[in-house]
Write a new protein. Structure first.
Lengths: 280, 279, 282
C-alpha cells in the first residue's frame, strides 16, 4: 500500500518536472517571438546587414554547422569507438576519458583563443569561416566523444557476442551490430553538438570575428553567424544606427530557433528511417 | 581475406581518430598552462589564489572572489538542475504517455541550441528585475541552460537499461516506481553521472549569459543576492584588452588554469560515483 | 532484430548525400546572393580589412557600406575585438586598419593615427529618476561609494545601483580620465562590458546610474554635468567635458585603396554619415 502511495508521489514529481521544463522553454521562446516577430520581413531575411537584414548571417550559420559537424563527427565517433571497443581498459584510457571530460568544462573563450592562435593565425593566416569551424569542432569534440561512448557502451554484450559467434570480424561487428544499436544515443550526441555549434558566440567571436558585410563564399572568407549577429545587434549597435536593434536581435533569435527545429527534425527523421529497418 | 583487411583498416581508422582527438585536447591544455605559467611564477601561487584584489591598473591579481563565485554558482545550478533534470528524464523514459514524450523531448533538444546571449537577455530582462544582478539570478539562468544536457543524456541512459532488468523486478512484485528507483536508476548510474559531468562542465564554462546577470563586481559574495564575478567572466571581459605576454594576459590564462583544476576536482567526485556504478 | 548491410550502407550514403546537398545549396545561395555586386566595374579595387573597437564597428560598417556603393570592387571586412586587439593586429599586419576608441599610449606600438570622429559619453539614469543634473564631484562620490543613496543628491531615498564599464574599455578610460581623475571606482560597482547592456540595465532599474556613448541614449535620461547637457553641439564645442576621439590606425602611411577609404571617412560624405550615426564630427 505504501509502495503505491510512494509511486503516486514519485510519478507526480516527474510529471511536474516534465511540465516545468516545457513551461520554461515555452516562456523563453515566447519571449523571443513576442519581441522579435515584428522584425521578420522578407527584407530582413534576404537583405544583408548593411541594409538591415540578416542574409549573410543565415548563410554563415549553415556553412559553419556543415563544416563543423563534418569535421567533428568522424573524429568524435571514431574516437568513441576506439575507446570502447578496441582500447584495453587500463589507467591510460581512464586518464584519457578524464581529460576529455575536463576539456568539456573549458570556457569557450579559451577554445576561441586557442583556435585563433592555431588555426587563424598560424595555419590559415586569416580569420575565416574555416578557422571558426575548426575551433568549434574542437569545442564540441568532448561532448561528441563522451555521449557517443555512453551510447556504444550501453549496447548489451550479448549483441557483440552473437555477432562474433556468427563469424563476423571485430570491425564488422561494430559496423553492423553495435553501431545500429547505439544509433539513438549517437544521434543525441550529434544533436547536442549541432545545438552547441549553432548557439556558440564567444568562441567564434575570437576565432572568426564578426564580419556582417560579406556573403561567405569560400571557407577562407570571413562571415558571421546568427548568434554572433544577435549578440552584435543586442549589444553593440547604437540606437542611432539601428533603432529597432532589440526587435531585430530577437528576430534573429526567431530565425535561429526555426533553423534548430529544422536541423533537429532532420536528424530525427534520418535516425528513425534507420531504426525502422531494425525490426524486433 | 578482404574481410580481414577491412577489419584492420577500420581499427586503424578509429585509432587515428582517437589520436587526433586526444592530441587536440592535449594541445589546448598545454596552451592554457603555458600562457598562464608566468603569472604563477611572478605573482606566487598562494598569493594568486587567495588574493582578494584584482586591479589591472594597479597590477594586483588575486582571484579568490572569482573562485568562490564560480563554485557557488556551479554548485547552486547543479543542486537545482540535477534533481529537476533526472526527474524529467525519468518522466520521459518511463512515465510519460507517448504523445507527451513527443512534445517534451524535442522541446529539450531545442533548448540546447538557443544561444547564451538569448538566455542572458531573458535573464537580464526578466530575472534580474526581480532579484537584482546576483548569484541567484546567475544560478537560475545556469540551471535552465544546463538542464537539456542533463535531461537528454540521462534519458538515453535510462532507455538503454535492458528490459530484462525492469521486467525481472516487476515479476518479483515491485511497483513500477520501485523498479525504476531500485533497479533502473542504479543501472543507469554511469550515464547519469556522465550527464551531470557534462552539465557541470557547461555550467563552469558558461560565460556570456553569466556576464549579463551576475553583476561582475570584484567582491567576495556573502549572500545569494550579492553580485559577484566568476572566473570565466573576468577572462571574457578583459581578454580583449590584455596585450599578449603581459602580466595581465598571463594572469587571465592562469585563471583558466584554475578553472581546469576546479573542473578536475569536481569531476573526481562524479568519477568515483561512476566507478561504483559500473560494478 | 533484423537489419542488413544494405540498410546501413544506404543510411550512410543518405547522410553523405545530404551533406553534399547542403554544401551545394550553401554555395549556390552564396553565389546568387552576392552576384548583385558583379555587374558594375568602376572606382577603386582591392580589399580592406579592419578590426578593433566595438564602439567604432557599427559606424565603420555604415561608412564601409557607403564607400562600397561608390566603389563596388572594393571588399571591406570589419571585425570587432576591442581597441587593443585592433592596434595589435594592425601592427602585426593581420589587418589593414585598426579601429581604436582610445588614444595610443606608450605601451602601444608606434602607428599612424587618423581621427575619424569624436564621441560623447553621457551619464545616464532611469527615466523615472527625478535627478537631472549632477556636479562632477557628486558623480565621483557616487562611483567611489561615498554617496550610496539617491536621497543624498535630491532623488528618492533608494540605494544607488552603480554601473560601470570594464577596465580596459575605451569608454571607461575616458570616464576615468575626465571624471574620476585620480580617484578609483569602488569594487562594489556592477561592471558590464558593452554600451548596450548598460543602457538596458539603466532603462530597467529605477535606481541605476551608468555611462554610455551618445548613440546609445534611448529609453534613458542623460544627466547634465556641471549644468552642461550632453547634446551634440555641446560635445562639438567640448563645453561638455566627456568627449573622446575615435581613431583609425595604420602601420604605414596609407596608400591606394586604404587611403581612399580613410579620406572618404574624414571627408564631408563620411562626416555626414558619422553625424547621422550619433557621433560627433571632427
Amino acid at each position: 500500500m505504501r509502495a503505491r502511495v510512494t509511486q503516486k508521489l514519485a510519478f507526480g514529481i516527474t510529471w511536474a518536472a516534465g511540465i516545468i521544463t516545457v513551461l520554461v522553454l515555452v516562456y523563453i521562446i515566447g519571449y523571443v517571438i513576442a519581441t522579435g516577430w515584428r522584425a521578420i520581413t522578407p527584407d530582413f531575411l534576404f537583405r544583408p546587414p548593411s541594409e538591415g537584414g540578416i542574409s549573410t548571417a543565415i548563410v554563415g550559420t549553415i556553412y559553419i554547422v556543415v563544416l563543423t559537424i563534418a569535421i567533428a563527427t568522424p573524429l568524435g565517433i571514431g574516437a568513441a569507438i576506439y575507446l570502447t571497443e578496441y582500447a584495453t581498459e587500463n589507467w591510460i584510457t581512464r586518464l584519457v576519458r578524464y581529460g576529455i571530460e575536463t576539456l568539456a568544462g573549458v570556457p569557450s573563450i579559451v577554445f576561441g583563443l586557442f583556435g585563433f592562435a592555431l588555426f587563424a593565425l598560424s595555419l590559415l593566416g586569416t580569420r575565416c569561416l574555416l578557422a571558426g569551424a575548426l575551433t568549434l569542432a574542437c569545442l564540441v569534440l568532448p561532448t561528441m566523444i563522451r555521449a557517443s561512448e555512453e551510447a556504444i557502451k550501453a549496447v548489451p554484450v550479448s549483441i557483440r557476442e552473437a555477432s562474433l559467434a556468427l563469424g563476423a570480424t571485430r570491425w564488422q561487428t561494430i559496423r553492423h551490430a553495435v553501431m545500429p544499436a547505439a544509433l539513438p544515443g549517437v544521434m543525441t550526441a550529434i544533436i547536442l553538438s549541432i545545438g552547441r555549434t549553432v548557439e556558440e558566440t564567444a568562441c567564434l567571436y575570437v576565432a572568426m570575428g564578426i564580419n556582417p558585410l560579406n556573403m561567405p563564399i569560400s571557407p577562407l572568407s570571413g562571415g558571421t553567424t546568427l548568434s554572433l549577429h544577435l549578440y552584435y545587434l543586442a549589444m553593440e549597435v547604437p540606437f542611432t544606427i539601428e533603432p529597432m536593434f532589440m526587435e531585430k536581435a530577437m528576430g534573429t533569435g526567431v530565425v535561429l530557433i526555426l533553423i534548430i527545429i529544422i536541423i533537429n527534425s532532420l536528424t530525427h527523421w534520418i535516425s528513425s528511417r534507420y531504426a525502422a529497418r531494425m525490426i524486433r | 581475406m578482404s574481410r580481414y583487411l577491412v577489419d584492420k583498416a577500420g581499427r586503424r581508422l578509429v585509432f587515428l581518430a582517437a589520436l587526433v582527438a586526444i592530441l587536440i585536447l592535449l594541445l589546448i591544455a598545454l596552451f592554457t598552462f603555458k600562457e598562464g605559467l608566468p603569472a604563477f611564477l611572478k605573482i606566487g601561487f598562494v598569493k594568486f589564489i587567495f588574493g582578494t584584489k584584482w586591479s589591472v591598473a594597479g597590477g594586483e591579481f588575486g582571484i579568490l572572489p572569482f573562485i568562490l563565485a564560480s563554485i557557488y554558482v556551479t554548485l547552486g545550478a547543479l543542486l537545482l538542475s540535477v534533481p529537476l533534470g533526472v526527474s524529467c528524464a525519468i518522466f520521459l523514459a518511463e512515465v510519460a504517455p507517448h504523445r507527451a514524450r513527443e512534445i517534451v523531448r524535442p522541446t529539450v533538444e531545442l533548448l540546447v541550441g538557443i544561444p547564451s546571449v538569448v538566455y542572458g537577455l531573458v535573464g537580464m530582462l526578466v530575472v534580474v528585475p526581480r532579484m537584482g544582478d546576483s548569484l541567484l539570478a546567475a544560478i537560475i539562468v545556469l540551471t535552465v541552460m544546463v538542464l537539456p544536457t542533463i535531461i537528454s543524456i540521462s534519458e538515453d541512459s535510462l532507455r538503454a537499461v535492458p528490459h530484462g532488468y525492469k521486467e525481472g523486478a516487476l515479476a518479483l512484485g515491485a511497483t513500477h516506481w520501485q523498479a525504476i528507483w531500485h533497479v533502473m536508476l542504479p543501472q543507469a548510474r554511469s550515464g547519469i553521472a556522465t550527464a551531470v559531468i557534462l552539465g557541470m562542465g557547461r555550467a563552469i564554462g558558461e560565460t556570456m549569459a553569466m556576464i549579463m546577470v551576475i553583476g561582475n563586481s570584484i567582491i567576495i559574495p556573502t549572500s545569494p543576492l550579492s553580485p559577484a564575478r566568476t572566473l570565466t567572466g573576468t577572462l571574457a571581459m578583459e581578454l580583449g584588452y590584455a596585450s599578449p605576454g603581459s602580466l595581465h594576459w598571463s594572469a587571465l590564462f592562469a585563471t583558466g588554469v584554475v578553472l581546469f583544476i576546479l573542473i578536475l576536482a569536481l569531476n573526481s567526485i562524479a568519477f568515483i560515483q561512476r566507478r561504483e556504478g559500473e560494478g | 532484430m533484423c537489419y542488413n548491410k544494405d540498410s546501413l550502407a544506404l543510411g550512410v550514403a543518405k547522410i553523405v548525400k545530404l551533406f553534399r546537398l547542403a554544401i551545394g545549396v550553401v554555395l549556390c545561395l552564396g553565389l546568387i546572393l552576392s552576384s548583385g555586386g558583379l555587374v558594375q566595374a568602376q572606382g577603386l579595387e582591392g580589399t580592406i580589412k579592419l578590426s578593433g573597437s566595438t564602439s567604432l564597428q557599427p559606424v565603420t560598417m555604415k561608412l564601409a557600406e557607403a564607400f562600397g556603393s561608390e566603389h563596388p570592387r572594393v571588399n571591406i571586412s570589419v571585425s570587432g575585438g576591442g581597441s587593443s586587439v585592433g592596434i595589435r593586429e594592425v601592427d602585426e599586419g593581420m589587418v589593414d586598419i585598426g579601429m581604436s576608441s582610445r588614444e595610443l599610449t606608450s605601451d602601444d606600438p608606434p602607428l599612424f593615427i587618423h581621427p575619424i570622429c569624436r564621441d560623447g559619453i553621457a551619464i545616464i539614469v532611469n527615466l523615472r529618476n527625478p535627478v537631472g543634473g549632477l556636479t562632477r564631484e557628486q558623480v565621483v562620490r557616487i562611483y567611489t561609494g561615498e554617496i550610496t543613496d539617491w536621497g543624498e543628491i535630491g532623488g528618492e531615498w533608494e540605494k544607488i545601483t552603480v554601473i560601470s564599464r570594464e577596465e580596459g574599455s575605451g569608454t571607461r578610460a575616458c570616464f576615468d580620465e575626465k571624471v574620476m581623475k585620480e580617484r578609483k571606482i569602488f569594487p562594489q560597482s556592477l561592471v558590464y562590458n558593452s554600451n548596450g547592456i548598460i543602457r538596458t540595465k539603466v532603462a530597467k532599474d529605477p535606481k541605476a546610474i551608468g555611462y554610455v556613448s551618445l548613440g546609445y541614449v534611448s529609453g534613458v535620461k542623460p544627466v547634465a554635468i556641471e549644468g552642461v547637457e550632453p547634446t551634440m553641439d555641446n560635445c562639438k564645442s567640448e563645453d561638455y567635458p566627456l568627449v573622446r576621439r575615435l581613431l583609425f590606425v595604420t602601420h604605414d602611411e596609407p596608400g591606394g585603396v586604404i587611403k581612399g577609404f580613410i579620406d572618404f571617412c574624414q571627408g564631408d560624405a563620411g562626416q555626414k554619415i558619422v553625424a547621422e550615426a550619433g557621433y560627433v564630427t571632427l
